[in-house]
Design a protein around this ligand. Structure first.
Ligand SMILES: O=C(O)C1=C[C@@H](OP(=O)(O)O)[C@@H](O)[C@H](O)C1
Ligand SMILES: C=C(OP(=O)(O)O)C(=O)O
Length: 425
């Protein structure tokens, strides 16, 4: 959104169903993967359908700091030209709270001969990165993060190691993706193997493998949580990025809560991103299942939890432990803010989230009590709680600009569907 946003928006519940044509922005996950892979490839790659948002701008800027030319010929295209090697930047890389950029670059900068500091904002400095640093150390790379979170200092020699490396990915699948994408720069084949229990969000590793192969990598999946990557480097290529499935969940939420029909221009089955699985769950509204395993569609959990508040029966979200180390502790944030709307609407039960659904809320559009929703610098808390405002009067979303992390046009999109937003403090 080019214009500045107010400190708060109060949402006026629409009188009827919201329908229309809305194209979600490009996938954040895929955009930040292919930006990096194009930067690691010799030649020029044209990336179309890309997301232009805070997270991808931070990635592009970091790549420019390392000698890569990243041009933007239009709102959805990046033209990336590189020698195929990153150069040591003059200063630290600042990556805000972009988990993808921070994790992916921590491994990628180890291919540089020189010292690189990978850092983020105050929220990113609370998000664990030690398992990735440990794996880099095991490959013989000098990397350290005194707090176990960014900043990370990587003192690269230009050699990325070889052989088998184990990674504990229980906190984040991004560690695996980071290692895999850097692995074609090994001195020999590198086997990346999961340590301990399986990861949630396995679908993100599949996205990584698909992007790597598109840029010419040779990576074999042994099917048991290990991948063998050959030392081929990457080749430049043109790549079209699909729309963002996590962004699509808000559109499916709008359909469910208002009874409208939104044409996304892409079928739910056509997405390759894991969050697309949320479509069926949301479409079951008002009869969403009693137990939802969020492990394979983690970023969709705040959306599903807000919709679940209006469901015919309570919903327990399981498999969501690592939501506590996303942009904020999302289990706590969703529970807090649902309870702000109506005390007792949600409880944290260990690492489960229990939403005590209340179908009466569907009739509450005339309510005037104000709920000022805290958003904790978390785009998904802002976007998902805006959905509650479509059924309940008096919902105010604080810091609406935080959606710029992945969906800068979110509020324009709502207004385009006919939703009235009242700017406020
Ligand atoms: O690889 C990716 O693109 C992502 C992986 C997930 O994070 P974790 O692997 O940290 O769970 C997801 O929450 C994030 O938004 C994007
Ligand atoms: C968890 C998220 O982002 P990231 O880890 O890339 O910061 C998200 O977009 O919901």
């Amino acid at each position: 959104m080019p214009h500045a946003l107010p400190p708060a928006f109060t949402i006026v519940p629409p009188n009827g169903p919201l329908s229309g044509r809305v194209s979600p922005p490009g996938s954040k996950s895929i955009t930040n993967r292919v930006l990096l892979l194009a930067a690691l490839a010799n030649g020029t790659s044209r990336l179309t359908g890309a997301l232009k948002s805070k997270d991808t701008t931070l990635m592009a800027q970091a790549l420019r700091q390392m000698g890569v030319t990243v041009e933007e010929s239009d709102d959805t295209t990046f033209l990336v030209t590189s020698t195929g090697r990153l150069r040591a930047p003059a200063g630290p890389l600042f990556l805000g709270n972009a988990g993808t950029a921070t994790r992916f670059l921590t491994a990628a900068v180890a291919t540089i001969e020189g010292t690189v500091i990978v850092d983020g904002d105050e929220d990113m400095r609370l998000r664990p990165i030690k398992p990735l640093v440990d794996a880099l150390n095991a490959l013989g790379i000098d990397a350290s993060s005194p707090t176990g979170c960014p900043p990370v200092t990587v003192r690269g020699t230009g050699r990325f190691g070889k052989g088998r490396v184990e990674i504990d990915a229980s906190l984040s699948s991004q560690y695996v993706s980071a290692l895999l994408m850097a692995a074609p720069f090994g001195e020999g084949p590198i086997e990346v193997a999961l340590a301990g229990k399986d990861i949630g969000a396995r679908g993100y590793v599949d996205l990584t493998l698909a992007a790597m192969r598109a840029f010419g990598a040779d990576v074999a999946d042994n099917g048991e949580g290990a991948w063998l990557v050959q030392p081929t480097g990457y080749g430049a290529t043109d790549f079209h990025i699909e729309p963002d499935a996590s962004a699509a969940t808000y559109l499916w939420g709008i359909e469910a809560l208002t009874g409208g029909k939104i044409d996304l221009g892409v079928a739910a089955e056509a997405f390759t991103q894991p969050d697309a699985a949320a479509q069926q769950v949301i479409a079951a509204f008002p009869n969403m299942p009693e137990v939802i395993d969020g492990s394979q569609m983690q970023d969709a959990v705040p959306t599903m939890a807000v919709v679940a508040a209006f469901n015919n029966r309570p919903v327990r979200f399981v498999g969501i432990g690592n939501l506590r180390v996303k942009e904020t502790d999302r289990i706590r944030a969703v529970a807090n803010e649902l309870n702000r709307i109506r005390p007792g609407l949600a409880v944290e039960d260990g690492d489960d989230l229990l939403v005590h659904s209340d179908p009466e809320l569907m009739k509450a559009a005339s309510r005037t009590a104000t709920s000022r929703i805290q958003t904790y610098h978390d785009h998904r808390i802002a976007m998902s709680f805006a959905l509650a405002g479509l059924r309940i009067g008096g919902i105010t979303i604080l810091d609406p600009a935080c959606t710029g992390k992945t969906y800068p046009d979110y509020w324009d999109m709502l207004q385009g569907l006919g939703v009235e937003l009242i700017p406020g403090q």
